[in-house]
Design a protein around this ligand. Structure first.
Ligand code: CAA
Length: 390
C-alpha cells in the first residue's frame, strides 16, 4: 500500500525585505548574505498574521481541491506556538471548516516538527487507509536584531494532505533517524527570539545528517546515485551544498562537477532563498520549489529528504514522485504569491519587528495588512479572534 503526500501547498507573508538593505544597515558586504549564506530576501510577517493564519492560508487551496471528507487527523507542527495549552490545529480546524470527526493536535521538535507530523500522519493513515490526514507546518523565524541569525529570519507554512492515494510523493518505508540532547538552538518560554549557537548548530546539522544517512542506507540499500534530487532542511540555502558535500565524503565519492551539483540541488532552493527560514516548513517548501520549477519531468524519480530540528532530531528519508504529479501542484499560486509581495524598507521592517501586542492580557485590535484568506483580527478577553478576509 502506498502512503504519501497527496497535495502540497506553501504560503508565505505578503511582505518582504531584500537582504541587501539589511546588509547596508548592518555594515556587512551584501555578498556575505547572498553568496556566503545563500539568502536573497526575508519574509516579513505583518502583525495581523501568525502561525495559525499562515497555516490556514496554506491549507485552504488543499481542502478546496481535495474536499474535507475523510480528514480524520489534523497535526500542526510549530516552534512558534501561540498558546501553552490549546493546539493551533483547533483554530485552523474551524477556519477550514473541517469535520468534527477529526483529531487535532500540535507537535513540537524545532524544525523537525513537520517531519514528525508527516510520519505520524502516515502511520495513522496506514492504520485506517480509507481516511486522510492534514499536516500543517508553520513558523516564524525570529532572532535578535543585528545578531548573526538575523539575515536567516523568515516566515511561512506548508499544508500536506496525506493519503493512501498520493498524487505527489509516495513515501519510502525505509528511514534513518537520530536523537541527541544538545543546546544548539532553543527558545525559552519568556523569549520571542530564539537563542542559538550558530556554528555549533551547523556542526550538529551536518554530523547528525551522516548518522541519519548511514541508518537510511543500511535500511534501504540505496546510495547517493539512487536519488534524482535532494531536499534538505534549509535554515539558509548554502547549507544544502555543505550537506551534499558531507554525504559525498561519507560515501568516499568525489563531489560531482559544478553543473551537475547545481542540477542536483539548486532548483530545490529557489523558494527558501526568497523567504528565509521557515523552520518546520522548510524542507517541504524546498520540495515544493523542486516540483514546481524543475523543467524536466520528475515522474517516478526518487527524492532524498533530510529534516533537522535543533535540540536535536535528524531524519533522512525518501519518496518517489508520482506519475502525473504536475497536474496536482499549486505552482501558479506559489509563483504569484512570491512575485506580488510588497517590499518593505529597513524602517518598516524594524517597526514591524518591534510592534508589541499587549503582554498584560489587554484587548487589542489589529489593523488590516495585505495577506491571504485569513487574518488575526484581534485579542479580546485573552482570546484570539481570527477572521476570513473575503
Ligand atoms: N562574500 C562571500 N561569502 C562571504 C563573505 C563575502 N563578503 N563574507 C562571509 N562569507 C561567507 C563565509 O566565508 C561563510 O562561509 P562558509 O560557512 O562556507 O565558511 C559564510 O559567509 C557565513 O559567514 P560567517 O560564518 O562568518 O557567518 P556568521 O558567523 O555571521 O553566521 C550563521 C552564520 C552561523 C549560519 C548565522 O547566520 C546563524 O547563527 N544562523 C542561525 C542558526 C542557523 O541557521 N543554524 C543552522 C543549523 S541549525 C538548524 O538548521 C535549525 C534551524 O533552522 C535554526
Amino acid at each position: 500500500m502506498k502512503i504519501g503526500i497527496d497535495l502540497l501547498c506553501f504560503h508565505t507573508p505578503s511582505y518582504v525585505m531584500d537582504l541587501r538593505i539589511l546588509a547596508e544597515k548592518r555594515g556587512v558586504d551584501p555578498d556575505k548574505f547572498t553568496i556566503g549564506i545563500g539568502q536573497e530576501r526575508m519574509a516579513v510577517l505583518p502583525p495581523d498574521q501568525d502561525i495559525v493564519t499562515l497555516a490556514a492560508n496554506a491549507a485552504l487551496p488543499v481542502v478546496e481541491k481535495a474536499g474535507r471528507d475523510g480528514i480524520e487527523l489534523l497535526i500542526f507542527a510549530t516552534e512558534s506556538g501561540i498558546d501553552q495549552s490549546k493546539a493551533a490545529a483547533l483554530f485552523c480546524h474551524k477556519l477550514l471548516n473541517l469535520p468534527a470527526t477529526c483529531r487535532c493536535i500540535e507537535v513540537k521538535e524545532a524544525c523537525y516538527g513537520g517531519t514528525a507530523a508527516l510520519r505520524l500522519a502516515a502511520t495513522m493513515v496506514a492504520a485506517r487507509p480509507h481516511t486522510k490526514a492534514l499536516v500543517l507546518a508553520a513558523d516564524v523565524a525570529r532572532y535578535d536584531l543585528a545578531s548573526p541569525g538575523e539575515p536567516t529570519q523568515g516566515a511561512g507554512a506548508v499544508a500536506m494532505l496525506v493519503s493512501t492515494k498520493p498524487r505527489i510523493l509516495a513515501l519510502d518505508p525505509e528511514t534513518g533517524f537520530h536523537a541527541e540532547d544538545v543546546m544548539d538552538f532553543w527558545r525559552p518560554n519568556y523569549r520571542e527570539e530564539a537563542l542559538v549557537d550558530g556554528k555549533y548548530s551547523t556542526r550538529m546539522y551536518l554530523t547528525t545528517l551522516i548518522q541519519a544517512w548511514k541508518q537510511y542506507t543500511a535500511a534501504s540499500g540505496r546510495g547517493l546515485a539512487d536519488h534524482a534530487h535532494y531536499c534538505f532542511h534549509l535554515p539558509f540555502t548554502k547549507i544544502a551544498y555543505k550537506a551534499y558535500s558531507r554525504l559525498c565524503k561519507a560515501e568516499g565519492t568525489a563531489e560531482p562537477p559544478k553543473e551537475e551539483l547545481l542540477h542536483l540541488l539548486d532548483m530545490a532552493l529557489g523558494y527558501n532563498r526568497q523567504t528565509g527560514n521557515t523552520y518546520a516548513a522548510c524542507v517541504y517548501e524546498s520540495l515544493s520549489a523542486l516540483l514546481d520549477n524543475m523543467p524536466e519531468a520528475l515522474d517516478d524519480k526518487r527524492i532524498g529528504l533530510f529534516s533537522y530540528g535543533s535540540g536535536c532530531m535528524a531524519e533522512f528519508f525518501s519518496g518517489v514522485v508520482q506519475r502525473g504529479y504536475r497536474a496536482h501542484l499549486f505552482t501558479d499560486l506559489h509563483r504569484t504569491m512570491l512575485d506580488t509581495r510588497t517590499p518593505v524598507t529597513y524602517r518598516q521592517y524594524e517597526d514591524i519587528f518591534t510592534y508589541g501586542i499587549p503582554k498584560d492580557g489587554a484587548d487589542h485590535v489589529f489593523a488590516p495588512y495585505r495577506g491571504g484568506a485569513f487574518r488575526l483580527a484581534g485579542i479580546k478577553a485573552h482570546k484570539r479572534r481570527y477572521e476570513a478576509t473575503a
